[in-house]
Write a protein that binds this ligand. Sequence first.
Ligand code: S3P
Length: 447
Amino acid sequence: MTDPQDVTLRVEPGGRLQGCCRVPGDKSISHRAIMLGALAEGDTRITGFLEGEDCLATLKAFRAMGVEIKGPEHGEVHVSGVGLHGLKAPQRPLDVGNSGTSMRLMAGLLSGQAFDSILTGDASLTRRPMRRVTEPLARMGARIRTSDEGTPPLHIQGRASLQGVDYRMPIASAQVKSSLLLAGLYAQGQTCVTEPAPTRDHTERMLSGFGYRVQRHDGCVCLRGEGRLQGGAIDVPADISSAAFFLVGASIAADCQLRLEHVGMNPTRTGIIDILRLMGAHIQVENPREVGGEPVADLRVQSAPLRGVRIPPELVPLAIDEFPALFVAAACAQGETVLTDAEELRVKESDRIQVMAEGLNTLGIQARPTPDGIVIEGGSFTGGTVNSHGDHRVAMSFAMAGLRAQAPIRILHCANVNTSFPGFVDLAARMGLHIQQQDIQQQEGGA
Ligand code: S3P
């Protein structure tokens, strides 16, 4: 049976990306703006908020806990903060859909509340590993029940008395770090998290921006519980993870010139630019500036012949969400691209190593998965039908492959593009990609 929510994308070969655009707001920062705005004292006005399903799931969860939130309207949201102890017990389980960030960060925050709660999600999220947060949270005194496999739903018992921890993360994960820091707001004493490699630091930056004392040194971040957050204004930059599809598309296709405005350039997120440049891409950073504690710039990108590279392992956490797009770039490069140290890709919204390898193979590219990465031999895309397995970033990456394909590409199960990039099809078409969304009748008619 066809899922009425399901969407197929069809991309005709050719096209070139030209012009100037601003992609939607940063997903990670939008989530955190709602969470910290809710826990702050006073009001928080967010502009540039990502109106994608993941961030809307966070917004609804906080509404369900009694927080007054107005909007979003054209990216503007007003959050009336209730203070660290002002949340109310939700009447129902909090369903955060496809959003791993909502679930993992909220697991920490909810562990410190005086009420019980349940976090649940969609079919993809309920398969994803949660012990990475529940185990260190349990060391702090949190009481969270998962399935026997360590997957959601999470049953979180309130009224736990949390103690600070000194935790060395075995994996480089901003979600784990942020979850513990949010629990740390409610803990006695000091919570310190040490990361094996730098990961996105939006939580630390925003906590400091809200007046909370956070100490950082040598890959370690510490805070003490029971401080106060003061609400304020947050301007969310455009999401570099969404810009990534256009950076790749404009690099691989002929005659492209694209300017992407107001892109978040936090150094823990810019691995995509470093890796594409290693491959020979022409990307210029213009007007670097700082907006509300986050670096921002405009990016100019134009077509360039790409070459295969060995991706430096230290760049992996700094480009963790951009690998589906980078694999498409690698498929268009001359020679071999080798990725290692990226086993985390197997537990994202899909197993991104397997799913991308299958799709690339279908499109005539030699791509060989390895336990912690992939080896891709540059070639040329035929056309064909690939399955995104409901993974937004896989879907948008294969859409860009159309720019270099010899025949149409159909991409199945793309409804989740809306989790991070509402309006992707319209914007990509406006910039010059020959993309269409097929409705159910067209799909059933076999178009
Ligand atoms: C995120 C952190 C990353 C990233 C995810 C968003 C965040 O996950 O993949 O899309 O907002 O903290 P990990 O921390 O699990 O690597």
